[in-house]
Design a protein around this ligand. Sequence first.
Ligand SMILES: NC(=O)c1ccc[n+]([C@@H]2O[C@H](COP(=O)([O-])OP(=O)(O)OC[C@H]3O[C@@H](n4cnc5c(N)ncnc54)[C@H](O)[C@@H]3O)[C@@H](O)[C@H]2O)c1
Length: 370
Amino acid sequence: MKTLRFGFIGAGFMGKAHAQAIRALPICFPDLEVDLQLQAVAASSAATAKVAARRFGFAEVEEDWRTLIAREDIDVVSILTPNHLHHEMALAAAAAGKHILLEKPMAMTVAQCEEMEAAAQKAGVRTMLCFNYRRTPAVIHARAVIDQGWLGRPRAFRGRYLQDWLADPDAPVNWRLAGSSAGSGTLGDIGSHVVDFAHYLLGDIDRVSAMLRTWVAERPSDGGGRQAVDVDDEVMCMLEFANGAIGSIEATRFAPGRKNDLGFEINFENGSLAFDYERMNELKVCDFRSDEPDFKTIHLGPRHPYGAHFWPIPALGMGYHEVKMIEIHDFARAVAFGEAVHPDFADGVRNQKVLAAIQASAGHGAWHAA
Ligand SMILES: NC(=O)c1ccc[n+]([C@@H]2O[C@H](COP(=O)([O-])OP(=O)(O)OC[C@H]3O[C@@H](n4cnc5c(N)ncnc54)[C@H](O)[C@@H]3O)[C@@H](O)[C@H]2O)c1
């Protein structure tokens, strides 16, 4: 049995998700043959890290993320912090020879991402970027149906990620609403996941034409008073893929009534695929050559990707937690046994190039190469 000792930097929403997944992995993946250990955690303060260590089950706490990375007894560094910290932390982890599991978006700029990718290559460490939604079994199954080939040429991709948690103009600012800590707004936070779907399912994007809007220019801040919002609230974008397909991406945190409406519909010569994360245990497939050329619902279950590791019948229901388990399972196997894994830092560079092209296109109001 191999052992992988994890050091987390960050113990918020993603700290919880990653720790839960690691703790549950041996229950659902008894054949993993890798012992995953929660070795040490660092956060923005020692007090936060101590609370997280107790709650998540870490053996030790580090007051500073640099000393966590320097520890000999850490094999994998999980970077689960606000976006502006990813670059510096990933470079330090690579220099220390640690494998890196990094939350998205990869960093603030394409140049930073390229530097991180080069550093990881040079150090010979494994990397994974946490675009976890591509590991939803229904999405993996969609990719498998595309790979069967019968759908024919892809024509149109319509991707969306719609939420409403900022529709209230009095919702307070947080790090996601400042360019200095987030890099971009809705675009990097949730639009990047849709870009990842597009890459995973249809391949490279050649060019984009986009609009960005900021709907609420200032919000209440924690310390009283109001703080300017300098990131985008809403993204509308057209795409052209290298394979000739065309598409669109919409992302917003201002769609009243939409909680986590992440999805896509892809039209091909001979049929269509449709996925809606709010019904994440289903994939809709249309075979337009059949006698009934309508969408049919496939209920994901034990016969589908990773399904046998979870529940004994279809439609019992998987959630975000299971998707995070699949992600960390795949990364652990990559590190322990040298298996291929995606998306890695090279995929992260590709993703960031599309985000940058969307910003550039919105800035000058014309198509921009991705
Ligand atoms: N893959 C997904 O589905 C998904 C979902 C949410 C967030 N994310 C990404 O995960 C990352 C973290 O987001 P979150 O929602 O967990 O944020 P969060 O605000 O809940 O947690 C951030 C954590 O980082 C720690 N931190 C901040 N500054 C630090 C520093 N200088 N040194 C050490 N620790 C520091 C904080 O203490 C906190 O524990 C972001 O990049 C975000 O985009 C991904």
